[in-house]
Write a protein that binds this ligand. Structure first.
Ligand code: FAD
Length: 296
């Protein structure tokens, strides 16, 4: 079953995102994470794809464990800017061989810290090229990324949202948003899509910030604005790891409860491979999610 079917069955869908370990770490670390997250009964778990290093080979392997050992749907991320068609074909074949038919089709970014070759000429310029390619290759459920505050490469938020509409028209089955710290940006995107008559399910991406070192890196990579009240939390508790963790979890919980109260199609939690944080958030929101999904 494609993950898109879950949005028809449930009023709101809850998922987690994990990433493969760095080349130097053992896969066991991520399997412990998967094991802990599986106990929280998410609707699916997504696995990121690192275009440059060998971790790209681990995405299929980890997605397969999630699907075939834990019987939880997995969503394999796949980027295309640095790949040729043969590589994409091989990955899609491996996914099918492993019973995985959910792909998050992304352009990706050209990493600056890894030496690797880029096809010349580039075979996939945008995620839209990959979306239609994956769709042409079999019975895949294809998700795409979207940006409530606009993508960093786009001159305006509006032009990015026009490109998003093109991605949707190609048959994107559901959307996952970039992380954001102010729900108003997500609601603006949601309203924009509804005004255009688009009903493609849209999941809100939420990242609990629990570590001071993360913040600047994340913000520079994704361009999300940090509101003053979050800045205050970081300034006040940044040097007290437990306090910052508790405050980050409370902030993310508040964001999620507000989104759920406003009828969001789903929440995608960027877990940063920290199951204990996902666990606390799930505990905080479970009665609300159960009530929305009529589970008593
Ligand atoms: P695109 O949709 O191609 O958009 C990129 C830019 O091009 C945007 O400015 C857009 O407006 C513009 N554009 C799009 N289509 C067209 C078109 N047809 N013509 C002209 N302009 C166009 N990165 C990884 O490396 N690995 C991951 O696993 C990963 N997972 C992610 C998961 C989520 C939920 C999100 C939100 C991001 C993720 N990223 C990941 C980051 C992502 O790769 C970057 O944000 C990247 O810069 C853009 O990817 P995209 O698929 O949104 O690109």
């Amino acid at each position: 079953m494609g993950i898109n079917e879950k949005f028809k069955e449930k009023n709101t869908v809850i998922s987690f995102e994990i990433f493969p370990p760095k080349e130097t770490s053992s896969l066991n670390t991520v399997y412990n994470t998967v094991d802990a997250l599986a106990h929280l009964h998410p609707d699916y778990i997504s696995v990121t794809y690192g275009a440059g290093g060998t971790s790209k080979n681990k995405t299929v392997e980890i997605s397969s464990i999630i699907k075939n050992k834990y019987n939880i749907d997995s969503l394999a991320h796949l980027t295309c800017i640095s790949s040729c068609k043969n590589e994409i074909d091989e990955i899609l074949f491996n996914l099918q061989e492993n019973n995985i038919n959910n792909v998050l089709a992304l352009r990706g970014d050209i990493p600056h810290d890894v030496v690797f070759s880029i096809p010349n000429p580039i075979e996939f310029n945008y995620s839209s090229d990959l979306i239609s390619y994956v769709k042409s290759k079999g019975d895949f459920c294809v998700a795409a990324a979207c940006y409530p505050e606009g993508h960093l490469d786009s001159p305006t938020k509006e032009s990015d949202w026009e490109n998003l509409q093109y991605k949707i028209n190609l048959g994107t089955d559901f959307l996952i948003s970039q992380l954001f710290f102010e729900n108003k940006y997500f609601y603006q995107l949601n309203d924009h899509l509804k005004e255009k008559g688009i009903n493609t399910p849209l999941q809100a991406g939420i990242m609990p910030i629990t570590n001071k070192a993360q913040i600047n890196k994340i913000i520079s990579l994704c361009g999300a604005k940090l509101p003053k009240r979050y800045e205050n939390i970081i300034n006040k508790f940044g040097d007290s790891p437990q306090a910052l963790q508790d405050a980050g979890i409370a902030y993310a919980t508040e964001q999620i409860i507000d989104l759920l109260a406003n009828g969001v199609d789903g929440i995608h939690i960027y877990t940063m491979n920290k199951p204990e944080i996902a666990k606390q958030i799930v505990r905080n929101i479970s009665s609300v999610v159960n009530s929305i999904n009529n589970i008593y």
